[in-house]
Design a protein around this ligand. Structure first.
Ligand SMILES: Cc1ncc(COP(=O)(O)O)c(C=O)c1O
Ligand SMILES: Nc1c(O)cccc1C(=O)C[C@H](N)C(=O)O
Length: 408
């Protein structure tokens, strides 16, 4: 395939016009939207409006006048079609780790007599740490980590919660959410899903697949900006039964009654803790607006096509210099792919020096995220080309590429 044919593929892509909603610099091919989404064009003007007019002029009256108090729910409602849930089951709050901890603790408390939090050995570290931290407060509960392939058979009557990341941050492997929910429910366990690498890139049906609880990052495919607040999902059928372990006044039934005794809000708001970060919510609001008019089925279809195209291009041009470390079947993975190389770190630094931005995950993985809203076939084509050039000439073998940086 030549560049002209690749451009024809981009021209035929129905999501192509959405790319114009983002600030994308010439000379940079951004393939790390699975870690930090690109900046939407609407974010800076929206933040300026919230800062200068709402905060600057309307001051504290903005909590009512501009509805700030309802933003955690109003903005979360924009996620409903993206994750396949009802608007009243979603909330924007805190960070991913804090939300994970809150829902994990709430789930465990709702499962008296069951002592295990079942998770996967290779889960993202913060998920493992949250479970370990909870165990220090609940000595009767222990995290049980098993290899991926043993998960279904490890679910038993002692499992309080099955706690998994839907799309693995390294391999990109995707769990069969509906099947695992069913197995867990048959054993009386609850399920908590980390959707950080799924939401906004793969089709999710939280309601249809019987999900109990879920959490995800706001700053990856949802384009909410660095450190954006997270989202949480609590199935309607569980909301009355679960309580936040971090009870704060914003989760109270009547925060402005200033009562001395905590009484949880009757709905999803009970999972709020303190005052929401309005500026961060404003940025996430603009991030979620980039999904306007986009069908999730189209997102997933494009993500699968792009990643398939990229894998083929890399294998074609790089031969055995690097090995695919993600599933070949697009249905079995998310929207990023990893290739293995013993000098993966330096190879990625050399790519970044050429303006191809992906990242590296130890021990040897170069990772490329394809954000279906703004990445195209030409991005994938140039990235594969650059990778082939770097590998064939050992361009990575220079001190400045071999030297570790603090954040990778
Ligand atoms: C699966 C997963 N969960 C959670 C996080 C991050 O949590 P937090 O937003 O609290 O840093 C990440 C990435 O940093 C992730 O990949
Ligand atoms: N959250 C991050 C950060 O604060 C700095 C650098 C990277 C991140 C990430 O999101 C890492 C990411 N979750 C991963 O999948 O590797």
């Amino acid at each position: 395939m030549n560049l002209e044919q690749v451009r024809t593929l981009d021209a035929a892509d129905r999501l192509r016009p959405v790319r114009d909603r983002f600030v994308l610099r010439d000379g940079v091919i951004y393939l790390d939207g699975n870690s930090l989404g690109a900046l939407p064009k609407a974010t800076a003007p929206h933040l300026a409006e919230v800062v200068e007019r709402q905060w600057g002029e309307d001051l504290i009256t903005s909590w009512n006048k501009h509805g700030w108090i309802d933003w955690p729910q109003r903005i979360a409602a924009k996620l409903a079609p993206i994750v396949g849930a009802k608007p009243n089951e979603l909330l924007i709050a805190d960070s991913t780790t804090v939300c994970l901890f809150k829902l994990l603790a709430a789930a465990v408390a709702a499962q008296p007599g069951r002592s295990s939090i079942l998770t996967e050995e290779a889960n993202f570290p913060t998920d493992l740490y949250a479970a370990q931290g909870l165990a220090t407060l609940r000595p009767d509960v222990r995290p049980r980590t098993v290899p991926r392939e043993d998960i279904p058979s490890a679910i038993d009557q002692d499992t309080a919660v099955l706690f998994l990341t839907h799309v693995d941050y390294r391999s990109g492997l995707r769990h069969d959410m509906a099947a695992l929910n069913e197995t867990a429910h048959a054993m009386g366990a609850l399920t908590l899903w980390d959707l950080s690498h799924s939401a906004g890139a793969v089709e999710l049906e939280l309601n249809r697949s019987g999900c109990d609880l879920a959490v995800g990052c706001g700053y990856k495919y949802l384009n909410g900006g660095p450190g954006a607040p997270a989202f949480l999902y609590v199935s309607e059928r569980l909301q009355g039964r679960l309580q936040s372990p971090l009870s704060g006044w914003m989760g109270h039934a009547a925060p402005f009654a200033f009562a001395g005794k905590y009484e949880p809000a009757p709905d999803i708001r009970r999972f709020l803790t303190g005052t929401p970060s309005i500026l961060a919510l404003a940025a996430l609001d603009a991030g979620l607006d980039t999904f306007g008019g986009v069908a999730v089925a189209d997102l997933e279809a494009k993500s699968q096509e792009l990643t398939r195209f990229f894998i083929e291009a890399v294998e074609d041009r790089c031969g055995s210099e690097t090995q695919l470390a993600s599933p070949r079947d697009p249905k079995a993975r998310g929207s990023h792919v990893c290739f293995a190389h013993p000098q993966g770190y330096a190879v990625m630094q050399a790519l970044i020096a050429r303006g191809i931005v992906g990242d590296f995950r130890p021990p040897d993985l170069i990772r490329f995220g394809f954000a279906p809203l703004y990445n195209g076939y030409e991005d994938a084509w140039h990235a594969a080309d650059a990778l082939a050039a770097i590998l064939s000439t050992r361009e990575w073998d220079r001190p400045r590429f071999l030297e570790w940086q603090k954040v990778t």
